[in-house]
Design a protein. Sequence first.
Length: 106
Amino acid sequence: MGQVTYIAHDGVRHTIELAEGETLMIGATSNAVPGIDGDCGGCAACGTCHVHIDPAWLAAVGPVTDAEKDMLQFADGVAADSRLSCQIRMRPDLDGLVVHLPESQH
Ligand code: FES
């Protein structure tokens, strides 16, 4: 339904196709994209799915939720563009989304 490109800190890119409603975390873990572990299964409780949203996509993705904020305070390298990829679901206007993986996740 829509493509997402994950760019690792060393520049390696992985582009995968997600079904509508599928989270970026599930897409990454089910396609062996390195750097996203998803240890808690997607309930915003581990922080191992931290991504930085590409600047061109920040407005489309929308603001961080309170549950994400609570978890992200424990993650490394958090910035204003930080999100938990388990909380972002594919939808038509996110086709082509680009996210960057933190240096600590590889
Ligand atoms: Fe655990 Fe996203 S998978 S916080």
